[in-house]
Design a protein around this ligand. Sequence first.
Ligand code: GRF
Length: 209
Amino acid sequence: MSLRVAVFASGGGSNFQAIAENAVNYRVTLVVCNRSEAGVLGRAHNLGVPAHVLSPRAFESDKLYAIALLELLHSEKIDLIALAGYLCKIPATVVEAFWGRILNIHPALLPRFGGKGLYGRRVHKAVVEAKEAFSGATVHFVDEEYDTGPILLQKKVPVLPEDTPDSLAERVLAVEHQIFPEALDLIAQGRVQIKGRHVIIRPIKTHDD
Ligand code: GRF
């Protein structure tokens, strides 16, 4: 039985689309979005994935927002959550309930160029200004902080001398679209184990094993 994945997104949703279209051992069965005008909603509609708009601002307290999220995730029997450009913090009770089952994509090589306030174009601007030779993308498990959870997959992208934040963002985004479905598939195959701050990826079992 394939795992049921919820994608949380606030923006255009190109990662949502890559995750949904490249699913092998999992299925994207839900989109959660905090903005009713976000591009991801159109993409979800086109791919026939049910989407819910749930803004933390619509709730009287963080606690009520967390309860609503948990109710939705449980009623949709969600196994895994993929944060794909989701600009709201996930409440601690949700992180706890889904510990080891929430992944985030970050458009840089964590632990560098991550943390509160470093998202989207700001990340690429910081990388270009620091004259880094490489940037890249990281898929990591989510903990209670920003961008600090155990890292599952990373892929490098060279920074070219003529790069602007936008040109770098475009090449990093293409890599995000590769590694996010790959990471979800590794989990769906049962090959991923978290040990403290580290992640172990088991090799594929063959008939000779
Ligand atoms: C991506 O760059 C992702 O790394 C970041 O937000 C962006 C989302 O892009 N967290 P999209 O909405 O998936 O197109």
